[in-house]
Design a binder for this molecule. Structure first.
Ligand code: ADP
Ligand code: ZN
Length: 612
């Protein structure tokens, strides 16, 4: 997707070379310090007693004698054989009688002791030298001397994009019209910073781009850079959290320095919530890596002179967990919201991404868009890619509607697993379970229409009943939530009606029912008006590391009991309605389940045909 990043130059410091020199030195001293002697020298000498050596001398057997360091006597006889003896210290040539003028042996006294001194000094010192080097090396790595560290530890991993390369333009982004409008003026800022400076207008420093994953936040930031034709430096919040304390801060410093050098420019910080979570939320310590990095970002942004046209864009899908300090004026004080695409935008996104793909003539992208409520731009791109792969596997030249439909299912629930071995009895239970969901949903007023029923197992699910809204909805009504609970009960009730018992397959349904009932009572004030009223009981708090937790109960034990009773009432009410529906339509339940067992999948049209 992204153009190849151009890495920042990574120059080696003089320190780097010093390190290598030290290693070579240590190696040399090791060899000098004896090993060579042992290998090449001493083996050739035959050790003999000093008295024997002197006897041989007197017998005129030797050609030459060397006295080394006043200790060793080495002798070579006339056949070239070598001998060695150790003399007592202090004994002179004269003492030993080696100065006999009648014997023509050459006697030489050698003193290597000063050489030895240096050698042993080196051997002694080298390890310390190495140790000191290592210490300096480590302290540099940990300290904030990012630039000069031997391996560039403090370098920001920011990716830069060549001007020619970042071809992303607003035209590549489908939909997201409001976000485009909001950011249009940034492009102008970056293009003509002087114009705004002359007018005394402040250039915005920080933009917070808010939106679900895959909605195109990165793409939008790159498009701003593309439109303004300025360099784009991107880094991810999660990258900052590294092994060594202080590295994050030095990376930030480096990143901002590079961007300022290249101003006007854009710095993009993805996943800012990874470092910018609220501080002091019950976590101990405080001076952690995350906080230092965050502080450095704030310091850098505060230090911007008004003429440096660098705009920092930070992306997150959790603006609510961000530290308030980030959102103060002069920092990330502007917000651009990017929503999940609606039906129209989804169609447009699909159209953008089919440009380089060959579609069969009958493909209806609108139909795909209508099936993909809640999908992000990235999901849609993924669907087209999966469909393309499937068409290649089937050795077809074009992507068919079927490829696309399969891809939608694959992306939303995971790939079909036909190989999973399920017994016939289990299949029958699963079929009735799913048809139970579909029927009980169908006979309520407010459930979404059934889109598909399937007993082909995918991902973790053994079967699915797929309800799909006909249009995007943003509000849930009380009646609808109640009806949803009815259809969620359908699976379990159908099992009980037809097989006399329920299975573990319904546990997820029950969890969802309970969650709906609890939120109705505790969050949305939909409980019994007389007993509990429209009071919110589960205010969410943010705590350690930005993790949500339900705060300590802010209500009495008595209220807690009433809540439990109310929740239970809602769940049981829904169950009763479900039992009614499925008992009344038992013949239909049987028939559709039997058909599902043979067909494996039942489409919306096939399902609706049962009620004509
Ligand atoms: P985010 O940063 O919000 O997680 P990205 O910018 O990485 O999302 O989007 C991932 C991919 O999804 C993009 O590279 C692009 O191909 C596709 N995409 C997302 N939204 C759109 C859109 N509105 N129009 C076209 N493509 C989109
Ligand atoms: Zn179920």
């Amino acid at each position: 997707m992204k153009p190849a990043p151009k890495n920042l130059p990574n120059k080696k410091s003089p320190f780097h070379y010093l390190f290598i020199v030290a290693l070579v030195l240590a190696g040399l001293t090791f060899f000098q310090g004896g090993t060579l002697d042992k290998v090449l020298g001493e083996k050739k000498f035959e050790s003999i007693a000093i008295s024997e050596l002197l006897t041989k001398y007197r017998a005129n057997k030797f050609e030459s004698i060397e006295i080394i360091n006043g200790q060793k006597i080495q002798a070579k006889d006339k056949e070239g054989k070598l001998y060695q003896a150790i003399k007592e210290e202090g004994a002179t040539v004269k003492d030993l009688g080696l100065n006999d003028p009648s014997i023509k042996t050459e006697v030489e006294v050698k003193d290597n002791s000063s050489q030895d001194f240096w050698r042993s000094l080196l051997i002694g010192i080298a390890p310390f030298l190495l140790l000191i080097m290592l210490l300096v090396f480590l302290s540099r790595k940990a300290g904030n001397m990012g630039d000069s560290g031997p391996f560039g530890f403090g370098k920001s991993k920011a990716k830069t994009y060549n001007k020619e390369k970042h071809a992303t333009k607003f035209a590549d982004i489908a939909g997201a019209e409001e976000a485009k409008e909001d950011t249009m003026e940034l492009v102008d800022f970056l293009k003509n910073p002087k114009k705004y400076q002359k007018a005394g207008a402040k250039i915005p420093k920080g933009i917070l781009m808010v939106g679900a994953p895959g909605t195109g936040k990165t793409m939008m930031a790159r498009a701003i850079a593309g439109e303004a034709d300025v360099p784009f430096f991107s880094v991810s919040g999660s990258e900052f959290v590294e092994m060594f304390v202080g590295v994050g801060a030095s990376r930030v410093r480096d990143l901002f320095k590079t961007a300022k050098r290249n101003a006007p420019a854009i710095i993009f910080i993805d996943e800012i919530d990874a470092i910018g979570k609220q501080r002091g939320g019950g976590s101990g310590g405080g001076h952690d890596e995350r906080e230092q990095t965050l502080n450095q970002i704030l310091t850098e942004m505060d230090g911007f002179e008004s003429e440096s046209a660098v705009i920092v864009i930070a992306a997150t899908n959790r603006p609510d967990v961000l530290d308030k300090a980030l959102l103060r004026p002069g920092r990330f004080d502007r917000r651009v919201q990017i929503d999940l695409p609606d039906m129209e935008a989804r169609t447009k996104i699909l159209k953008v991404h089919v440009k380089n793909k060959k579609l069969a003539k009958d493909v209806d992208l609108k139909a795909i868009a209508s099936k993909t409520v809640g999908f992000s731009g990235a999901d849609l791109e993924n669907i087209l890619n999966e469909a393309a792969i499937a068409s290649v596997k089937a050795r077809r030249k074009t992507i068919s509607q079927e490829n696309l439909d399969d891809a939608v299912e694959k992306v939303s629930i995971g790939a079909a697993r036909k190989s999973r071995r399920i017994t016939d009895k289990e299949r029958a239970i699963i079929a009735h379970h799913e048809v139970g969901h579909a029927l009980s949903g169908h006979f309520t007023k407010n459930c979404e229409p059934v889109h598909k029923i399937s007993i082909v197992s995918r991902g973790g699910a053994l079967g699915v009943t797929w309800f799909l809204p006909e249009e995007d909805t943003y509000l849930n009504s009380e009646a609808k939530m109640k009806d949803e609970m009815v259809s969620l009960h359908g699976g379990r009730i159908a099992e009980r009606l037809m097989f006399g018992q329920t299975t573990t397959g319904a546990s997820n349904d029950l969890e969802r029912i309970t969650a709906i009932a609890r939120s109705m009572v505790m969050t949305y004030g939909m409980g019994d008006a007389q007993k509990i009223g429209p009071v919110v009981f589960n205010k969410r708090n943010r705590g350690f590391a930005g993790i949500d937790f339900e705060s300590g109960k802010e209500f009495s034990e008595e209220t807690a009991r009433i809540i439990d009773i109310e929740v239970q009432k809602l769940v049981l009410e829904a169950e009763d309605r479900c039992v009614d529906i499925l008992t009344t339509h038992r013949p239909l339940l049987k028939q559709i389940s039997a058909d599902l067992l043979t067909k494996e999948n039942i489409s919306k049209e096939e399902f609706l045909a049962y009620f004509e």
